[in-house]
Design a protein around this ligand. Structure first.
Ligand code: ADP
Ligand code: MG
Length: 261
């Protein structure tokens, strides 16, 4: 026997008041199942709450992934580590756990174009979203424009404080375009504001030794690198571009019988 109309109405009202739409949706069908299978009251309550929590977590992850503005969806599972024989698997596995984010540690991915830096940055960002951390992704040029806008509006302090609600900031493509001294200084302020407060993941095609060229000034670059790497994993990627390799493999005529390899 199911719930009386009164009980049903009360449950729907209570689920609305609690803002738990999943409970409103599932209590009835789970109650039938509970009766059929002879669950205890505690088992039934746990099953109902568990469905609500699962939906809320899934919604939260979807919202965080949408809010991060990733340029594409890339996952760690899709990353072919065989293409990066020198990449430290243990470090990558550690980063995938996201335990570095509550410690406000940083990640720096270095390497030439096409080796998977952006792919890994997105994949780690998505892991962070799954683990419940708000993430924001943009290119270095994109971040520069945001910081300049805030600075010109006299709201740089406010913007830097606002960005703290993101537990992970991803700054992609540092080095493709050099910055003028004012922009370099804004970047320095961003990194100084997050130092030991919130994680940053940076990708760059330039080794640290050449960051002076990106940030218009060796001293600013050194001060920035100093803060970034104090608590950080630095991963060096290498090899040919995955893009051109995939294209080459595609264009290659398959060897006829017994081709010499
Ligand atoms: P980068 O940011 O270093 O220039 P990307 O991350 O944009 O390189 O990689 C270029 C393309 O190749 C992307 O489509 C990416 O998904 C793919 N790619 C690169 N490395 C790998 C890899 N090891 N496994 C799978 N896909 C890869
Ligand atoms: Mg890239």
């Amino acid at each position: 026997m199911g719930a009386t109309t009164d009980t049903a109405a009360t449950l729907d009202y209570l689920a609305r008041a609690l803002k738990t739409p999943t409970i409103a949706r599932v209590w009835d069908q789970l109650a039938s199942l509970a009766r059929e299978e002879g669950w205890s009251h505690e088992e039934y309550l746990a099953a109902v709450l568990q469905r609500q929590v699962a939906d809320r977590e899934a919604n939260g992850t979807a919202l965080r992934v949408a809010g991060a503005h990733f340029p594409a969806v890339k996952t760690l599972e899709d990353f072919n580590v065989d293409h990066q024989p020198a990449l430290r698997r243990d470090v990558l596995a550690h980063l995938a756990t996201t335990t570095w984010i509550p410690k406000a540690e940083n990640v720096i991915l270095l390497g030439p174009p096409g080796v998977g830096k952006t792919h890994l940055a997105i994949a780690l960002g998505i892991k962070a979203c799954h683990a419940g951390y708000p993430v924001a992704f943009d290119t270095a040029t994109g971040w520069a424009a945001r910081l300049q806008g805030a600075h010109q509006a006299g709201r740089l302090e406010h913007e830097l404080r606002r960005l703290k609600r993101y537990r992970l900031l991803i700054v992609d493509e540092v080095g493709y375009l050099p910055f003028d001294a004012d922009t370099a200084n804004l970047f320095f302020q961003l990194i100084a504001a997050r130092y030991e407060q919130g994680s940053i993941l940076i990708t760059s095609n330039m080794p640290f030794g050449r960051w002076g060229e990106i940030f218009a000034d060796d001293i600013v670059a050194a001060a920035m690198i100093d803060r970034l790497v104090h608590h950080a994993e630095v991963l060096q990627l290498a090899g040919d571009s995955y893009r051109t390799r995939a294209r080459r493999e595609l264009l290659q005529t398959p060897p006829t019988s017994g081709g010499n390899q």
